[in-house]
Design a protein around this ligand. Structure first.
Ligand SMILES: Cc1cc2nc3c(=O)[nH]c(=O)nc-3n(C[C@H](O)[C@H](O)[C@H](O)COP(=O)(O)O)c2cc1C
Length: 222
């Protein structure tokens, strides 16, 4: 039997992303999110509009999406309930958040230079995606209660940095999904992935088929 319920959140399990961005004074901000999904080389990021990170990205047009593995879970948790906003928005203060200027230091994570954008990468994260803002979209604009509170930012991935330990043997441009262990947030709790469950008919399609045709021609020519 199914029941009709009214949950406050619908966070069914998505990878955690540590988004680095640049503050007005040039210092870095770092925030965990889990509202992120990719289509090709584009990514959609969901933010509460009053967070510092979307404000930084809208102002500078840049960010880095650092994907922690399960090994970085303690560092991610140290970033929870912190904000780079000063003063804090009242709703965050009420939920026990505090302002923190040095997010990298508090988390125990190491900033390293990016190659195409100003915000730093997180050295400990096996995947680091340098990105540029392409568009912003209001979320729930027709809802009189939620209007103005949520923003979706569309970014284009400019540069993909990946730890050698998760690369597929003999395939320089591919990640081995049996080695990549993303950190997953489900209903505000942390999880990892279990083992592969079933043979995948989708995975029978060569990964190169997902490149746009013009990029495939360039790949063959190079
Ligand atoms: C695991 C995890 C996932 C989160 N996912 C999101 C999210 O998808 N979107 C969002 O706006 N905030 C999310 N948060 C809350 C933000 O981290 C929080 O709003 C933080 O204060 C943002 O920092 P900033 O104000 O410095 O940008 C998440 C927090 C944690 C710990």
């Amino acid at each position: 039997m199914h029941q009709t319920i009214d949950p406050a959140i619908l966070y069914f399990g998505t990878p955690v992303v540590l988004v680095s961005s640049q503050n007005e004074d040039g210092s870095p901000n770092l925030a965990p999110i889990s509202s992120a999904w990719w289509l090709g080389r584009s990514c959609l990021l969901g933010f509460g509009s009053r967070s510092k990170t979307p404000q930084n990205i809208l102002r500078t047009g840049e960010c880095v999406l650092n994907l922690p593995s399960v090994d970085q879970v303690a560092a991610v948790d140290r970033l929870a309930r912190l904000s780079g906003s000063n003063p804090l928005p009242p709703h965050k203060r009420a939920m026990g958040y505090r302002y923190e200027k040095d997010k990298f230091g508090v988390a125990g994570l190491t900033p390293i230079d990016s190659s195409r954008v100003e915000p730093p990468r997180v050295a400990e994260c096996p995947v680091q995606l340098e990105a540029r803002l392409v568009d912003s979209h209001p979320v729930a604009a027709n809802d009189p209660v939620r209007r103005g509170h949520l923003t979706a930012l569309e970014v284009q991935i400019l540069e993909v940095h990946v730890g050698e330990e998760i690369l597929l043997a003999d395939h320089h441009d591919r990640i081995d999904p049996t080695l990549w262990r993303p950190l997953i947030m489900s209903f505000c709790e942390f999880f990892g992935l279990g083992p592969k469950l079933h043979p995948s008919r989708l995975a029978e399609i060569p990964e190169s088929a997902y490149r746009p045709p013009s990029a495939r021609v360039a790949e063959v020519a190079s």
